[in-house]
Design a protein around this ligand. Structure first.
Ligand code: ASP
Length: 412
């Protein structure tokens, strides 16, 4: 009998998890007490690999752009793709919010009180990118700083030529070890996905979701529209890749992002799928994807655009065209500063609201359903990273089309 593919097993884990979640809705405590720990254990295993993986693979990725011109070219293409698609994403979000009148007919529940963590200012976010203490950045898992440090080390290894070889080999071997660890952890993904989704469904029953159903539907629709419009077109026009194959190849990572709501946590799987299903070479995936998991968040940007509009409407405030353009700019920047962990986008939403003078308390309205929104936006976030990796590889003439054509989909 043919061995079942890991992707299929992950989907089955998801379906069973949702089913059990629905069954346990009357007693969500059972899900939180007895099922969630397995999910947490699995997530910890994944988390263990994130910082070492991002750092080592980004150093190796940077070094493999053997000359500085190539590094500049690929870096430029990547950032251009990330910024353009993110700005486009917020625009889609805002258009949809306008058209659907997302906050219309919603009245403010009196008990909506939540402690809102303060979002950092834009300037602070940008200044913080360079770590004054790189080891602290590694220990704290500060991804933007880790990226900056890895890029500096990688570029300097290229800079010293032959003498840098030893360090390069070290990181190369280190990254391989991380891939190996992740490969083993991935075998448990179906159980992990199952255990992570069950409590989410059980806790977020219809009672929590129904009042904000319209907002949820609009955010989901915005994300789906962005995937269909932006990724389908960029992947087919610039990379000449069949979009169905693209989505099929990245689907295990999408499911994983949906259940964990963490781009960083999904990074190992995004890399694996991009390389083994979509033909992205390691030299490009190890540069574009760790960067994307931290700075490229199209789903988050869509969410921030729609939520800002929603909050304005609920508070009876009019958002002028100028204010909406400001939202496009700040949401693009805010999504760069958003960490790839659950809930980070909601904190950065504060920055977007502040930029157009909307009340921060509005976040409290959304907080109850944020997890459900987070799952969808994270799924879009990582899909955007993979689309960029495919497009950049194709434009560099380095996409392995043979892999896409005989796509077997990651199984080990
Ligand atoms: N959870 C999202 C991610 O990891 C970030 C967010 O909260 O928007 O991509």
């Amino acid at each position: 009998m043919k061995k079942m593919q890991l992707t299929t097993k992950i989907f089955i884990g998801l379906a069973l998890g949702i089913l059990l979640g629905i069954i346990l809705q009357p007693n969500p405590d059972i899900a939180s007490k007895y099922v969630k720990p397995f999910g947490t254990l699995f997530l910890n295993l994944i988390k263990l690999s994130i910082v070492p993986l991002v750092f080592s693979s980004l150093v190796v990725g940077t070094c493999s752009m053997d000359d500085v011109r190539k590094l500049g070219r690929i870096g430029g293409k990547t950032m251009l793709y990330y910024m353009m698609t993110t700005a486009f994403a917020v625009t889609i979000g805002l258009l949809l919010a306008n058209v659907t009148n997302v906050g219309g007919g919603f009245s403010i529940p009196v008990d909506a009180k939540v402690d809102i963590a303060e979002a950092p200012a834009i300037a602070e976010t940008l200044l913080n990118i360079i770590p004054s203490n790189p080891l602290k950045a590694l220990v704290d898992g500060n991804m933007l700083q880790i990226i900056a440090f890895a890029l500096i080390i990688g570029a300097s290894i290229i800079g010293i030529g032959e003498k840098g070889k030893t360090l390069y080999n070290f990181f190369d071997s280190f990254a391989e070890v991380m891939y190996k660890i992740i490969g083993v952890i991935m075998q448990f993904a179906p159980i992990g996905v199952f255990a992570l989704i069950t409590p989410v469904v059980a806790v977020n029953g219809p009672k929590v979701l129904l009042p904000l159903l319209k907002l949820i539907l609009v955010v989901y629709a915005g994300c789906a529209l962005h995937a269909i419009l932006t990724y389908t077109s960029t992947v087919s026009i610039f990379a000449k890749v069949n979009p169905v194959r693209f989505f099929k190849g990245i689907s295990p990572a999408m499911v994983f992002a949906f259940t964990t709501a963490s781009s960083s946590g999904t990074l190992p799987i995004t890399m694996k799928c991009s390389e083994e299903n979509l033909g992205v070479p390691k030299s490009i995936s190890s540069f574009v994807l760790p960067l994307g998991a931290t700075v490229n968040m199209d789903g988050t940007a869509i969410y921030q655009g729609i939520c800002a509009f929603f909050i304005a409407q609920v508070y009876g405030l009019e958002l002028s065209v100028g204010a909406q353009l400001t939202i496009i700019l700040t949401a693009t920047l805010a999504s760069i500063g958003t960490a790839g962990v659950p809930g980070a986008g909601m904190i950065m939403l504060g920055m977007v609201l502040q930029s157009v003078g909307l009340p921060l308390e509005g976040i409290a309205l959304i907080a109850g359903v944020d997890r459900v929104l987070d799952m969808m936006r994270t799924m879009i976030n990582i899909t955007g990273d993979a689309a960029c990796a495919v497009v950049v590889s194709a434009t560099e003439g380095e996409l392995d089309r043979g892999i896409i054509d005989k796509q077997v989909v990651v199984s080990k």
